[in-house]
Design a binder for this molecule. Structure first.
Ligand SMILES: O=P(O)(O)O[C@@H]1C[C@H](O)[C@@H](CO)O1
Ligand SMILES: Nc1nc2[nH]cnc2c(=O)[nH]1
Length: 426
């Protein structure tokens, strides 16, 4: 049976259990199976990060009196603690207490949808972090995401094709005009979508677009969610699963990234041929915790997440649309929001990283888990500083600026790539 999406109450009421165990309706405590009172004890705990269910119970009886306690995480952030005892002479007695303070945040920041395994306690019991501050990058978590700076929309696209029943998804961020590539778009603000994270990051409109690129149906996220904003990785990647449920079959993800490879230049596109999941290697993975089998298996192969054939297609489509010096390389993501030290840049060079960012990797993990095809690319927005003698420093404004300068060509690329991808059936 699928897990309930509600916060859940302890299974069976204390009274129900009480009645079913040693006592029967209060008409004599010897009316049980064998006429003798029995002692027992039991306990259980449920902590299901996917559904947000969090409760436990323990109970014991010496044959005469039942004592127990259960705790339930309430949707308003408080924990309800019920301590009870019961016996056949006096009945059931409960003491109900609450821990914590009920929170009624402005909107949606008490995210109980089960995406609560991220940085705990940062935001007063809310499972969502607030979006605070600028994020320069930010493709989508689900299908294709494209950054949208120009019109204040960061973006992810999910583009679907296959006569509307299957979708290709494409996500990008920071590239404002990519949202414009979606024709006849119906737009939903994230804040109006129940249980959706909200995007307040500069440059991110926080909108979900449904429309077409060419004849391909697409869903586009204008604005993605980052770990450094305080969201858990499962919250960051929740839209990927939404896309899957909508019928998306291919996720296209874009990001702004720093060039680690010394030959890379600002403004170039790098097709992602592989990735290094630094957070994942350290144990911070969006798939950590309960595995929802409805989406995929517990263990997930990642060696084949990027398809060389799709990149080959992307290279030729990119060249057709006038992209110069298209690179293909390894993307690594860090938690951010700090940019890399000189030592970190050199470490990454040794490790074979070509470009570094703060997104995408966990999105592709979740996409692979639920069986989405993935196409991902980076815009190199800055050249990472690898020498102590350099006076350069990366900065968010530069990332935004370079994204803005290049969004036109990225739009052209995406407009061509999505229909080709759909047609090629790759
Ligand atoms: O969302 P992406 O990965 O495109 O954005 C990158 C990473 C940070 O959000 C930002 C840093 O400048 O750009
Ligand atoms: N970590 C990281 N993310 C980026 N996003 C855009 N540029 C950079 C960068 O230099 N480093």
């Amino acid at each position: 049976e699928p897990p309930s999406s509600g916060y859940g109450t302890p299974l069976g009421s204390p009274l129900g259990n009480y009645g079913n165990q040693n006592y029967e309706g209060g008409n004599g405590h010897h009316d049980n199976d064998h006429g003798e009172p029995k002692s027992y004890e039991f306990g259980y705990q449920v902590k299901d990060e996917y559904t947000g269910n969090n409760y436990n119970r323990k109970e014991a009886s010496d044959g005469n009196q039942v004592r127990g306690e259960y705790r339930v995480q309430l949707p308003d952030g408080r924990t309800q603690i019920v301590t009870y005892y019961a016996d056949w002479q006096t009945g059931f007695h409960a003491d109900v207490k609450y821990e914590g303070t009920a929170q009624y945040p402005e909107q949606y920041n008490n995210y109980q949808g089960g995406y609560n395994n991220g940085p705990s306690g940062q935001y007063g019991g809310s499972n969502y972090a607030q979006n605070n501050g600028y994020n320069g990058g930010g493709s989508a978590t689900s299908s294709v995401s494209i950054k949208d700076y120009s019109s204040g929309s960061g973006g992810q696209y999910n583009s679907g094709y296959n006569s509307g029943s299957n979708y290709d998804s494409y996500s990008g961020n920071n590239f404002g005009s990519l949202g414009d590539a979606v024709t006849n778009a119906t737009k939903f603000d994230y804040k109006d979508i129940p249980n959706f994270p909200v995007s307040t990051v500069m440059g991110h409109a926080g909108r979900l677009l449904f429309g077409h690129i060419g004849s391909t149906p697409v869903v586009c996220m204008q604005g993605r969610f980052h770990f450094y904003e305080g969201y858990s990785l499962s919250a960051c990647t929740m839209p990927v699963r939404l896309m899957k449920l909508l019928g998306v079959t291919t996720l296209v993800v874009s990001n702004a990234a720093g060039g680690i490879n010394p030959s890379y230049r600002t403004g170039q596109i790098m097709l992602i041929k592989d990735q290094i999941n630094f957070l994942g290697l350290a144990g911070v993975n969006p798939l950590r915790g309960h595995n929802d089998e409805r989406f995929g298996d517990r263990f997930v192969a990642m060696n084949d997440v990027f398809d060389p054939e799709i990149n080959k297609l992307a290279k030729s489509v990119g060249e057709m649309t006038g992209l110069k010096e298209i690179q293909e390389g390894v993307y690594a993501s860090v938690g951010g929001p700090t940019y890399e030290t000189v030592a970190e840049v050199n470490l990454m060079r040794v490790l074979g990283v070509d470009a570094v960012g703060m997104s995408t990797v966990h999105e592709t993990v979740v996409a692979k888990h639920c069986g989405l095809k993935v196409f991902a690319f980076s815009l190199i927005t800055n050249e990472c500083v690898a020498s102590y003698s350099s006076k350069e420093t990366p900065d968010g404004e530069e990332v935004l600026q370079v994204a803005k300068e290049n969004e036109g060509k990225l739009k052209g690329f995406v407009e061509k790539m999505i229909p080709h991808l759909a047609k090629s059936k790759l």
